[in-house]
Design a protein around this ligand. Structure first.
Ligand SMILES: [Zn+2]
Length: 597
């Protein structure tokens, strides 16, 4: 049972629907379904034609966007309503009904993006710059660049229909076998069974013996299943190689770059700058070794906590801290943040049956987003509140965009959330009196930043090597992957921390490399981008604020390069990314100074 010490806010979903038996819910789903069928009837076969008129394409896009809004609203309500009481069968049934409704609508709409991709080149060039299409140009261009890699319709159909018997099936097997794996933890002469989450959390224990026991249990559990998970990874690498060849992608990373609207040159610059700054990691761990008072550090000490962690923070205080920090940056930020609390767009309560974690869910540009979190009064929860509110403010500011351009692309998706965390981190730091508490807060932030920047880049380099080696040498052994993994991870630490042999097989539990190849670099891109922006804000002060607000207001209407150049930065230049790394280095220097005091 959950112990309650304070009243936490719950959200009010009545801006969407009154309840799960609100008759408007079924009515909305029925109408959207009919409207989607009419859309298909009217526009199918009329888009990918040689004499396409700009006005006709615009009519289709306007109607399409409205349809997506109609589709989102009941689905968003069902998801939100379910997430605060996942054990309620009525809510579960509504969620299922809304998903089936979503699929039914999608079936009528699937032709549309395909036809956009198949508009003959001459026909598209003739209307591309027409005034009627100005607000949809970015969307159209992007859909067409994706479509350049589509296969023929019968071929695509085979891939769709066999999807769950190929790669996706192996991903599912990976998830299910990991979920079912129990790890035997030996401690004080006793053995207890644990799942992976429980075990990983012990790597943060202040007791070194506990961390050692957890690491040993993880390693032996991973080794036991290494054959299956290596087989799965080899198979996925092979499938990707085949599909990349058929779709005409020149490198393993190319399809990810295309979706992220970045090119290989920009990503290579980010990676190179990060690698050139690996010494920051080594420098920090030299300090951490001293603070922990250990003769040497290994992988079991990477996440060891430092003394001086903060006490509990009640929700009201968290709210005040976050709103103050945001208002101190910009009054508009402060106003929007306050509305989330006043209008009850946040559900922070901790109750049985509520889903874990946190998210900010945007609905449509004409409606406000909702935030879910589980507030347990830890300093980390204040950061989570800042993070999700950052997303919320981004969505509110981007509400001038139509739905097709509302969401930023992945590398920009965490901009406002990370920036919000920085504002609150700075505010929290000022409120702490003892240098021990400030040091603990600072080190926590440094380690989080390492996890988002350098660790992700190390993983990206591992993936690059794994895909390249699978393509040049055929099927690879567990040991081969383990050697690559250990090398790519150890590079970061220099001589400051020696990853032990048992760490070499820990690539076996990283879900991203299985489910979404090359996803990881977007984390580093986003975090470093925000660090660079924050460094600029510290330099420029208020002059920076309006340009930043404009960036957020643009949502996903332009490419990352285009949007960031609007702020006066060149993401092709190594010095831009170096600014971000310099800020991390400054923090490590600050920690060194605090430790000295
Ligand atoms: Zn986020």
């Amino acid at each position: 049972m959950i112990r309650k010490t304070q009243t936490l806010p719950t959200w009010d979903l009545s801006d969407l629907y009154q309840s799960d038996d609100d008759p408007r819910l079924d009515q909305a789903m029925e109408e959207a379904r009919e409207r989607a069928a009419r859309f298909e009837k009217r526009f199918k076969g009329t888009i990918a034609v040689a004499d396409l008129a700009a006005a006709h394409l615009r009519d289709a896009l306007v109607e399409y966007e409205l349809l997506l809004r109609d589709q989102n609203r009941p689905q968003a309500y069902a998801m939100l309503h379910f997430s605060t009481d996942t054990g309620d069968p009525r809510r579960g049934a509504l969620l299922q009904r809304s998903r089936e409704f979503g699929s039914a609508v999608a079936a009528h709409l699937v032709f549309f993006d395909l036809e956009i991709g198949h508009i003959p080149v001459d026909a598209y060039e003739a209307i591309r710059n027409a005034a009627e299409l100005a607000s949809f140009r970015h969307y159209l261009d992007h859909q067409r660049s994706l479509a350049a890699h589509h296969l023929s319709e019968p071929e695509e159909r085979i891939l769709v229909e066999t999807a769950n018997a190929r790669g996706q099936a192996f991903c599912r097997l990976y998830t299910e076998t990991h979920g079912a794996t129990r790890y035997a933890l030996d401690q004080d002469g006793q053995t207890c069974e644990m799942n992976q989450q429980e075990l990983l959390s012990l790597l943060y224990s202040p007791d070194r013996d506990v961390r050692q026991a957890a690491a040993a249990a993880l390693t032996s559990g991973l080794r036991r299943n290494a054959h299956v998970w290596t087989f799965i990874y080899n198979t996925l690498l092979h499938e990707k190689e085949v599909l990349d060849r058929l779709r005409g992608f020149s490198t393993p990373e190319a399809s990810r770059h295309l979706h992220n609207e970045l090119d290989a040159g920009i990503v290579a610059t980010v990676v190179d700058v990060c690698v050139a700054n690996y010494d920051i990691v080594a420098r920090y761990y030299t300090l951490k070794r001293r603070l922990l008072g250990l003769p040497e550090l290994t992988h079991i000490d990477r996440y060891a906590p430092l003394a001086g962690g903060q006490s509990e923070i009640p929700f009201a205080q968290a709210q005040e801290t976050v709103v103050d920090a945001f208002a101190g940056f910009s009054s508009r930020f402060g106003q929007i943040a306050r509305r989330f609390f006043d209008a009850r767009w946040i559900d922070a309560d901790v109750v049985d049956g509520k889903r874990g974690g946190a998210f900010c869910a945007s609905v449509t540009p004409d409606l406000h987003p909702y935030i879910l979190l589980n507030y347990t009064s830890q300093p980390r929860d204040v950061m989570t509140l800042a993070h999700e509110l950052g997303h919320g403010i981004h969505d509110v500011l981007a509400s001038g965009q139509h739905l097709l351009d509302y969401h930023p692309v992945l590398p920009l998706a965490e901009t406002a959330s990370t920036f919000g965390e920085m504002l609150v981190f700075d505010r929290l730091r000022q409120t702490l009196n003892s240098s021990e508490e400030r040091l603990a807060l600072l080190c926590g932030k440094i380690e989080d930043t390492f996890a988002t920047v350098f660790r992700q880049i190390a993983m990206f380099r591992f993936e690059q090597r794994a895909h390249a080696d699978r393509r040049s040498r055929g099927e690879l052994t567990t040991d081969h992957f383990s050697t690559l993994w250990q090398k790519c991870q150890q590079e970061m630490f220099g001589n400051a921390l020696q990853l032990g042999d048992e760490h070499a097989c820990w690539w076996l539990y990283i879900p991203h490399i299985i489910n979404t190849p090359f996803y990881v670099y977007a984390y580093a891109f986003g975090e470093l981008l925000v660090l660079a922006l924050y460094a600029q804000y510290e330099k420029e002060g208020e002059g920076f604020v309006d340009r930043y607000l404009e960036l957020l207001a643009a949502g996903g209407s332009r490419t990352p390069e285009d949007l960031i150049s609007g702020l006066g930065f060149d993401i092709r230049s190594p010095s831009f990314w170096q600014n971000g790394c310099d800020l991390i280095r400054q923090r490590v220097e600050e920690a060194e100074a605090l430790a000295q005091a």
